[in-house]
Design a binder for this molecule. Structure first.
Ligand code: FE2
Length: 232
């Protein structure tokens, strides 16, 4: 894909949404109560035993959505609790109210573990199935605001990723998540990354993707790119 292949053309529903008006991302607290956060962390710890290290040395040069961004972190599939919380009607209703968009859960979600010094996920846009990523931190954030945290580039959402890479991290906005905070991100539109973790840091997040339901979606016009765990 060349930079000429990237076009900024979100559906009208997205352009008119509350989430888009908020630069494509919101942070909410209290989506899950304390007991649920503890249970999610326990599930993340169980899943971790079989979770794989994801290692990609160099990004593939994608300009739009998907591709293979460089990364180093551990990733594991969400369990029953994760899906129970993210796949239920209460969650899609809550997200609809927060985002001003109709959504449907895509896939069964993942846990990501930024566990070694320098663990990261390079700049990307999420795959076609992941219009909105819901990312909840299960760990305390580091003293360094950006370390191991999401960086978003709303000012460059109309640009190909090569322009975002060239602009560098100073063009981004750190979205540090306290434990129990949830980032809701138009990850298919807003370029984003996870900055390198600092020494001693452990960041564990639960992630679930959602489709935005649009008139085109209702009519059956929809992409078919394979799902991948790169929501952040
Ligand atoms: Fe992502």
């Amino acid at each position: 894909m060349t930079s000429e292949d990237w076009q900024f053309d979100p559906p009208t529903e997205v352009l008119q949404s509350r989430l888009f008006a908020a630069d494509g991302y919101l942070v909410v607290r209290g989506l899950f109560d304390e007991e649920t956060l503890r249970d999610l962390r326990a599930e993340a710890d169980r899943v971790r035993v079989d979770a794989e290290r994801m290692l990609v040395a160099e990004s593939d040069g994608a300009e739009g959505r998907g591709g293979f961004p460089a990364r180093a972190h551990r990733s594991g599939g969400g369990g029953d609790l994760h899906w129970g919380l993210h796949g239920c009607p209460e969650m899609t209703e809550a997200l609809a109210a927060i985002c001003g968009l109709r959504v449907a859960p895509a896939g069964s979600g993942t846990y990501s573990y930024y566990e070694e010094t320098g663990d990261f996920l390079a700049v990307h846009r999420d795959v076609l199935q992941c219009d909105i990523a819901v990312i909840t931190s299960l760990t305390a954030r580091a003293m360094d605001r950006a370390a191991g945290e999401l960086i978003v580039y709303p000012g460059l959402m109309r640009e190909p990723l090569s322009a975002v890479r060239a602009a560098g991290r100073n063009a981004g906005v750190p979205v540090p998540l306290e434990r129990g905070h949830t980032a809701i991100l138009l990850g298919g539109i807003v370029p984003h990354e996870v900055a390198p973790a600092c020494p001693g840091q452990e960041r564990i997040v639960s992630i679930n993707c959602y489709h935005v339901l649009t008139a085109a979606f209702d009519a059956g016009i929809y992409g078919s790119e394979p799902m991948a765990s790169m929501a952040g």
